[in-house]
Design a protein around this ligand. Structure first.
Ligand SMILES: [Zn+2]
Length: 232
């Protein structure tokens, strides 16, 4: 068998994807004649060719298509080993992955967010993609909210006290503070009772994104636009 270590574009789990089919292709129009001219007879072993492979994610079962560059010799070895029980060692070294479909999961983050917040919120979104228990997603959202309040200068007391402090200082509106408390309570209950629904998790993700947009993205955008206005 031949496997590729890969992060699934659907569920975001990293696993060894066992290829069930491989083939070679000539790619964009015009390249065929070019290749035929280059290799009029048998393709040399060391020649780089384009290959593709089909596999299923071991976690979610959804098929993925890989497009790779590989030497002619390695392509032949992959083909020969496809239906054997033996493993080809160091498999990612046999080829260079060019693209895969579905494409790799790209988290929704903004450049204005501090790195720690980006990391926490990426983790929460990834857990949602992976389809884990809502408790873990809610906990990750709570973490992202927790780190965000500190990033906004509310460093003292519980998360509840820090949300109130941001409202008192006019950094967030009362409506946002109320929503933040709602999310905080759902996340706390979920962690303590190992409950929470996928709808709760979805709402928390949506909230954290809105919260970060209002507190980091919009102020940065306003500052940027104002800096473009010439001073009198
Ligand atoms: Zn998957």
């Amino acid at each position: 068998m031949f496997t590729i270590n890969h992060e699934c574009g659907v569920c975001a789990n990293t696993a060894n994807f066992q290829l069930s089919t491989v083939g070679r292709f000539v790619g964009i129009a015009g390249e065929k004649s070019q290749r035929d001219e280059q290799f009029p007879g048998e393709t040399p072993d060391g020649a780089l060719i384009r290959g593709f492979g089909v596999s299923h994610c071991p976690h979610c079962g959804i098929p993925s298509l890989f497009h790779f560059r590989v030497t002619n010799e390695n392509f032949r070895r992959i083909q020969e080993n496809l239906n054997t029980s033996g493993l080809l060692f160091n498999q990612n070294n046999y080829l260079t992955e060019v693209e895969s479909f579905p494409k790799k999961f790209e988290p929704s983050v903004h450049t204005s967010w501090p790195d720690e917040i980006k990391r926490e919120f990426t983790e929460a979104q990834k857990l949602f993609r992976q389809g884990v228990s809502p408790t873990f997603i809610l906990f990750a959202c709570r973490q992202a909210l927790d780190v965000s309040t500190r990033g906004l200068g509310a460093t003292k007391g519980s998360l509840k006290a820090r949300i109130d402090s941001l409202r008192e200082r006019g950094i967030i509106t009362s409506a946002v503070a109320d929503w933040a408390h709602h999310v905080r309570v759902i996340a706390n209950e979920s962690v303590h009772e190992s409950g929470g629904s996928i709808e709760d998790a979805e709402e928390c993700l949506e909230f954290v994104k809105t919260f970060l947009t209002m507190t980091f993205t919009v102020p940065e955008e306003i500052a940027r636009k104002r800096s473009l206005i010439p001073a009198n």
